[in-house]
Design a protein around this ligand. Structure first.
Ligand SMILES: Cc1cc2nc3c(=O)[nH]c(=O)nc-3n(C[C@H](O)[C@H](O)[C@H](O)COP(=O)(O)OP(=O)(O)OC[C@H]3O[C@@H](n4cnc5c(N)ncnc54)[C@H](O)[C@@H]3O)c2cc1C
Length: 387
């Protein structure tokens, strides 16, 4: 039997062996599933394996984030279904990660537009605000990064660890202001979420946390189970922290073409009656069952979509769920809605910070964890109070 020398060393230092079982990573077609299939994916989660392997690229993560981001399911459903099958102790890590999402959304509810600017600290050592060309072209020379960068641009899937590496390299090794790269990644991600994406980039860039995140080649090799050496990232952490922007990351893309085809009919001139006004982040089928006599409409706010464009695979995902709901799509401005309201339409919508300026009566969103009683600036302060 041949023994991979890398793994013999890892076993000695106690690292997890490569997964022999397949991770739950969905095939590209799986994103076009039904709600029953999504719920059955939740029921298949093994929280213990999740805990042991989530940091590895082939780990047993849930890949549920596109459904959570678009409100097809919510964190409360995920948490309660998993807790109904497994002891609470076994679910700790998964609940902890679900809490990260809720933390970002509570921050957004509270700090509103402020989350789109440096939150607590100014980003240090910034040289430019333009994304490195090698990131966009997936040509950094680091194999695992380039593969991940190609995949996210083709399909929209990207593991958390890869996102951390990409953001750490862009912000803290290529000394780039976090905003444009965050917008670039949001465009490609299938789960692009304004709060989770923006605040994760801020956490990595050190503008919402006490230090900047960086990872070196050794870290990449461990969590991707690869064995690349002699790269510009193959240095110790002291060297990495003091390193000038590597040659391969110096060339920048000064303007990125965010192509998108926005679906939807113009908002009609008149509409009498009650309308459940849904956003891109609120595609849950439950609401349909609760309010069957109301006309459900997906409203796409043009101005918002121009500010936060999304790639075609994301639009295909959204339209698939719109199709499942069997609802119409309107696209226009908030003034169009105000005009309809003045003409007798009655809107009802779910709370969501990006839609705070939309008309209508607002109902609460579901969260698994409560609102902390005391102030919190960091996730640990949040978690201490809600867990
Ligand atoms: C730079 C960067 C950008 C990110 N952008 C987004 C984004 O646009 N949308 C998004 O949903 N997440 C984002 N994340 C968080 C995280 O990467 C994804 O939520 C996770 O990879 C989704 O995969 P999963 O469903 O398999 O997660 P799992 O590990 O299976 O976790 C289950 C659920 O918990 C939540 N969750 C898990 N980890 C995190 C986390 N670190 N932060 C927030 N929520 C988490 C998600 O809703 C996820 O679906 C980003 C992280 C980084 C570092």
């Amino acid at each position: 039997m041949t023994v991979n020398p890398f793994w013999s060393v890892c076993v000695v230092i106690g690292m997890t062996k490569p997964n022999t079982q397949l991770s739950l990573k969905p095939s590209p077609e799986a994103r076009y599933s039904t709600i029953e299939e999504v719920l059955s994916r939740i029921d298949k989660i093994d929280p213990k394996r999740y805990d042991q392997t989530r940091n590895y690229l082939d780990g047993a993560v849930t890949w549920l984030s596109p459904y959570i981001t678009h409100g097809v399911i919510n964190t409360q459903t995920v948490a309660s279904r998993v807790l109904s099958k497994h002891p609470e102790k076994a679910c700790y890590r998964l609940l902890f990660e679900l809490a990260w999402r809720e933390f970002f959304h509570r921050m957004w509810q509270e700090r509103k537009e402020e989350i789109f600017c440096d939150l607590y600290n100014k980003q240090e050592h910034v040289e430019t605000d333009s994304v490195p060309q090698a990131i966009v072209e997936a040509s950094t020379g680091i194999h695992v990064l380039d593969e991940g960068l190609r995949e996210v641009q083709q399909s929209g899937w990207m593991h958390n660890r890869l996102r951390m590496w990409v953001a750490g390299i862009v912000c803290n090794i290529a000394h780039t202001a976090w905003q444009n790269p965050a917008r670039w990644l949001y465009y490609h991600l299938l789960d692009g979420d304004l709060a989770s994406n923006t605040l994760s980039w801020q956490w990595i860039a050190g503008t919402s946390s006490n230090k900047q995140y960086i990872a070196n080649q050794v870290n990449l090799n461990i969590y991707s189970r690869s064995n690349q050496h002699d790269t510009w990232l193959d240095v110790d952490y002291d060297t990495l922290a003091r390193m000038a922007t590597p040659e391969v990351l110096k060339l920048r893309v000064t303007s990125i073409d965010f192509d998108q085809e926005v679906p939807g009919e113009p908002v009609p001139g008149q509409f009498a009656g009650k309308i459940a006004l849904r956003s891109l982040w609120n595609l849950n089928p439950d609401w349909m069952a609760r309010d069957p006599d109301v006309t459900h409409i997906l409203f796409i706010e043009q101005q918002q979509i121009e500010q936060w464009p999304m790639a075609s695979h994301r639009w295909a995902f959204i339209l698939h769920w719109v199709d499942q709901l069997g609802i119409d799509v309107w696209s226009g401005s908030v003034e169009d809605l105000a005009r309809l309201e003045a003409g007798g339409a009655q809107f009802v919508r779910e709370e969501y910070p990006a839609c705070a300026h939309w008309p209508g009566a607002v109902t609460e969103r579901s969260f698994h964890f409560g609102v902390p009683e005391n102030d919190y600036r960091s996730f640990s302060q949040f978690w201490k109070q809600v867990k």
